[in-house]
Design a protein around this ligand. Structure first.
Ligand SMILES: [Zn+2]
Length: 274
């Protein structure tokens, strides 16, 4: 049995959760934890369906145009099956000795999640994102470590349902998040990507790593600054790269940024810029 301490939710989740369902792994009934209580939007229940494409359709707010008028949608794209459930524990992908300085991180995969090309296929993308000169490596040094070393940052591939429990599901879209020193990357998105990135699954995966690590580095959400510009890596590109779309999708949910529906539309971009 494993419960999730409330304190873990007090910093920097990608989708700011006002209500979080903490799964009691291995038990039949989830435990609901509300934070904060006042005015919270009721959390969507953890679906029991095994159909990954049955993402609920959000109700349009009065006066807001329907979501399908926007270039991108926040729902999960169609695609291959992916691991939906895990045990709530993670295995560390072994790492060979390398750099001796830098922010230490582990790459981990949730137990019960099997990757068709092995755990190293996940680790390779994470390493690429964190070591590429266009990424955070331009400002920060990172050093991957294996098991037996307490890292400063953990990057965990996490099953869809565990990610929903840990990241919150206030907005009914599968997302990844960062909670304290741990990044949880949802298998739903890792396998399916996002409409905003189309067929560029690798680009989306790099975006997801860089976005959540950006939260770890202390950064909050941003919006599209200029029509036609590359989207900031800290924009919630999983949901939309258009300010109008993002404003509509996140209406009523505090995402740590004010999104003005000003018609500005950016292009997907997985890399930070400075
Ligand atoms: Zn975020």
């Amino acid at each position: 049995m494993r419960s999730v301490p409330l304190a873990l939710y007090l910093a920097g989740v990608c989708l700011a959760a006002t209500t979080v369902v903490a799964l009691d792994f291995g038990m039949a009934s989830p435990t609901t934890v509300t934070w904060p209580a006042a005015g919270a939007v009721p959390a969507a229940p953890i679906p029991t369906s095994t159909t990954p494409t049955s993402t609920p359709t959000p109700t349009s707010k009065a006066g807001a145009p329907p979501l399908d008028t926007f270039r991108s949608g926040a729902d999960l794209p169609p695609g291959p099956a992916f691991p939906q459930h895990g045990t709530g524990t993670w295995r560390v992908v072994p790492a060979s000795a390398g750099a001796t300085t830098g922010i230490t991180y582990t790459v981990e995969v949730e137990d019960g999640v099997v990757l068709p090309h092995g755990d190293n296929s996940f680790a390779a993308v994470v390493d690429h994102a964190l070591r590429h000169p266009r990424g955070w490596a331009g400002r920060y040094a990172f050093r991957r470590v294996g098991g037996g070393v307490e890292p400063e940052l953990r990057i965990r591939l996490t099953s869809q349902q565990t990610a929903r429990a840990l990241c919150g599901f206030e907005l009914p879209y599968d997302t990844s998040c960062r909670v304290g020193p741990i990044v949880y990357l949802s298998t739903a998105r890792w396998f399916r990507g996002a409409h905003t990135y189309g067929d560029d699954l690798r680009g989306y995966r790099i975006y997801a790593v860089n976005h959540e690590v950006g939260h770890f580095l202390g950064l909050g959400h941003e919006v599209c600054p200029q029509d036609g510009a590359p989207a900031p890596v800290m924009m919630q590109q999983t949901l939309s790269v258009d300010n109008d779309g993002l404003a509509s999708i996140t209406t009523g949910s505090d995402q740590g940024v004010v999104v003005t529906p000003d018609g500005k539309s950016c292009t997907p971009n997985p890399w930070p810029s400075w």
